[in-house]
Design a protein around this ligand. Structure first.
Ligand SMILES: Nc1ncnc2c1ncn2[C@@H]1O[C@H](COP(=O)(O)OP(=O)(O)OP(=O)(O)O)[C@@H](O)[C@H]1O
Ligand SMILES: [Mg+2]
Length: 415
């Protein structure tokens, strides 16, 4: 039921002479220059990208960068000066007024920052208000409104009045009102921005939950990168009417297209985005053993002592992580059983974490581990290890998020 939205070379010029402004665009002038020369204000400048069906797509950018203008063109609350908006294969610019009303009623709902509930109407009627405007009969609209209230956790509040509700609950009613028509596309213009942080985070969870149950195409405007990375499948970053980068939160954080995007990312909670695999480094003392856990302790102890190292990672010939040993654990094993007992006996009790573990979950194991914490891949293969130092340096926001592994470190072949 979710629908795809294609935005094809869309421009929006505010002012009486958009042609002149577009001429200047073609000559390569900036938004500011065009405003100075022609008095025309560029709202959106050659936006060209696709929002996939069922994805939560976040639009970010500073105030005045064109976010609202872009989103309002998606249901033609604002008419593009040029370019096309194509919803599920249909150019909505070609719709007649009746078909356009139909589209807004059935397919596209909008939630704003100021939710403007009617104070004299109860919650159920407020939720059903859009349907009422569309001429839906009373029993049907009340049923749909009640279902929408249930979706946002307000089933019991239909008879209450807006002033009996907290701000967060009122915003939920705003969301329910948008959901009442069961739209395939939801446009949310800073819908959560006015809420205080805890309620805002609750509403984000609510939205994520609803998306799991019933996927819609959501276009969500936000100023907040933490919000964007939390709820967005992809993010578009706008500057002066232009979309300067579109990508997954990961892509944008890892390779910001320019300094403007970088300035956006600065201060984002990287710990929420990066994973253990991103931090893991290959370790100098990594031994590959043909005999796996049956390999002897002597050789490894000897090499550790020679290199004056405190621990070693033992890896099977197929790359699987087997365990960590220290000179002490090796000596104890040798004392107890001589050469008979394999290296397995010398393994420390350090359970590895998987490469997809979020950085936020690494503090405890990294601190608890007597050596850099081993990280394994999907098939148990050794990816590397994370030292306390590495984790701390990563969390220090003034340091650039991630430097690549300096150079590939070759493991040492035993046997
Ligand atoms: N009706 C209008 N008439 C003239 N200029 C307009 C109009 N609406 C928007 N603009 C201009 O278009 C540009 C983009 O505005 P828009 O409201 O889309 O920005 P925004 O990114 O949503 O900002 P905010 O974060 O403040 O909501 C701005 O320069 C604005 O001044
Ligand atoms: Mg806006």
């Amino acid at each position: 039921m979710a629908k795809q939205i294609r935005i094809e070379h869309v421009f929006k010029v505010f002012g009486g002479d958009p042609k002149r402004a577009l001429e200047l665009v073609k000559q390569g002038l900036s938004k500011q220059e065009i405003l100075e020369r022609s008095g025309q204000s560029i709202g959106v400048f050659d936006a060209h990208f696709t929002i996939e069906a069922g994805e939560t797509f976040v639009v970010m950018g500073l105030s005045g960068s064109g976010k609202s203008t872009l989103v309002r063109m998606l249901n033609r609350l604002i008419e593009p000066t040029s370019g096309q908006i194509v919803v599920d294969g249909q150019d909505i610019g070609s719709l007649n007024p009746k078909a356009l009303r139909q589209l807004r009623r059935k397919d596209i709902s909008m939630v704003f920052q100021s939710f403007a509930l009617m104070p004299h109407m109860n919650v159920l009627d407020n939720t059903a208000f859009g349907l009422e405007l569309d001429g839906v009969d009373k029993p049907t609209r009340q049923k749909q409104a009640q279902a929408a209230l249930e979706q946002v956790g307000l089933a019991a509040w239909g008879a209450s009045y807006p002033d009996e509700l907290s701000g967060g609950m009122q915003q939920r009613v705003g969301l329910a009102r948008a959901l009442a028509s069961n739209p395939s596309i939801l446009l949310m213009d800073e819908a959560f921005s006015a809420l205080d942080p805890i309620i805002r985070s609750e509403m984000q969870s609510e939205l994520l939950r609803l998306q799991k149950i019933q996927r819609r195409t959501i276009v969500f405007i936000s100023h907040d990168l933490d919000e964007a990375t939390r709820i967005g499948d992809r993010i578009a970053i706008m500057k002066d009417g232009q979309v300067v980068q579109v990508g997954t939160p990961d892509e944008i954080l890892r390779s910001p297209a320019n300094d403007y995007v970088k300035s956006f990312i600065h201060g984002v909670d990287a710990a929420l985005v990066f994973k253990a695999g991103d931090l893991a480094r290959k370790k100098r003392m990594t031994f590959v053993s043909e005999q796996g856990e049956h390999c002897g302790c002597h050789a490894v102890l000897h090499l550790l002592e020679q290199a004056d190292r405190d621990y070693a990672y033992i890896v099977a010939a197929d790359g699987r992580f087997l365990g960590v040993v220290t000179p002490d654990s090796l000596r104890t094993t040798l004392k107890d059983g001589g050469q008979v007992i394999g290296i397995k006996q010398a393994f420390l009790n350090v359970p590895p974490v998987t490469a997809d573990t979020p950085v936020t979950e690494l503090f405890e194991p990294v601190v608890a581990s007597p050596c850099p914490l081993p990280v394994i891949g999907e098939n148990g293969e050794f990816v590397g290890a994370i030292s306390r130092n590495r984790l701390l340096r990563f969390l220090d926001k003034d340091t650039p998020p991630l430097a690549a592994n300096p150079k590939e470190i070759e493991p040492i072949l035993l046997d």
